[in-house]
Design a protein around this ligand. Structure first.
Ligand code: IMP
Ligand code: MG
Length: 199
């Protein structure tokens, strides 16, 4: 049993300045993106018999990928890859390490349409590095899907093909997004209190 006091001191929501997207907001955003993807790939997959591969970037996209694929009404395969995170920093260092998941051969399939799924595009460094790895694989297509976009902080030009929502230049957490690996399990998205990361 958790005492009431322990509950209070452990609440993730206490560290949140303001809620940006509720669970209901996120459901609407994910439904919109899933509909766009379904409409875009419908003919390729069902008529031309091309493959659709959802390539989630871990760990941030795990909640988004999980909800998104449930709403895409097409046969598809799911793969994951790792890119470097900020660790305890809230700004990108510009260095990105990439590790492809368990079945990297699906990414070399000439009949595959790949959709890279990210939690948020900030400077653009991570996705631009991922794109340079994916570009020469000779797939049918490679597209980018991101739940959030922070356009004010962009330093590398990136076109997001399927976007959930634009967000202001604030550090946000929840629904997969972390600070120091925490807050990913929150079902909503909020702005993190500055006192949590500013000493
Ligand atoms: P970029 O390479 O600067 O575009 O950063 C992309 C990655 O930074 C995302 O996949 C996130 O992991 C992380 N990131 C950027 N902004 C935020 C934020 O506001 N909250 C949590 N993580 C973020
Ligand atoms: Mg992160």
């Amino acid at each position: 049993m958790i005492s009431d006091n322990a509950k209070k001191t452990n609440s993730l929501a206490d560290d949140i300045e303001s809620v940006l997207f509720t669970e209901q907001d996120l459901d609407g955003i994910v439904s919109k993106v899933a509909k766009e993807i379904t409409e875009h790939y419908y003919e390729k997959v069902l008529v031309n018999k091309e493959k659709l591969v959802i390539l989630g970037v871990l760990n941030g996209s795990f909640q988004f990928v999980s909800d998104l694929v449930k709403k895409i009404d097409l046969p598809l395969e799911i793969e994951f890859m790792f890119a470097s995170s900020y660790g305890k920093k809230t700004k990108s260092t510009g260095e990105v390490n990439i590790q492809v998941g368990k079945n990297p051969e699906v990414l070399d399939d000439p009949n595959a349409n790949i959709i890279i799924v990210e939690d948020i595009v900030d400077s653009g460094n991570t996705l631009s590095k991922l794109m340079s790895v994916m570009r020469d694989k000779g797939n049918k297509s490679v597209a980018l899907c991101s739940l959030f976009d922070k356009p004010e902080r962009r330093t590398v030009e990136i076109d997001v093909d399927f976007l959930g929502a634009k967000v202001p230049d604030e550090f946000i957490v929840g629904y997969g997004l972390d600070y120091d690996e925490k807050y990913r399990n929150m079902p909503f998205v909020g702005v993190l209190k500055r006192e949590i990361y500013e000493n």
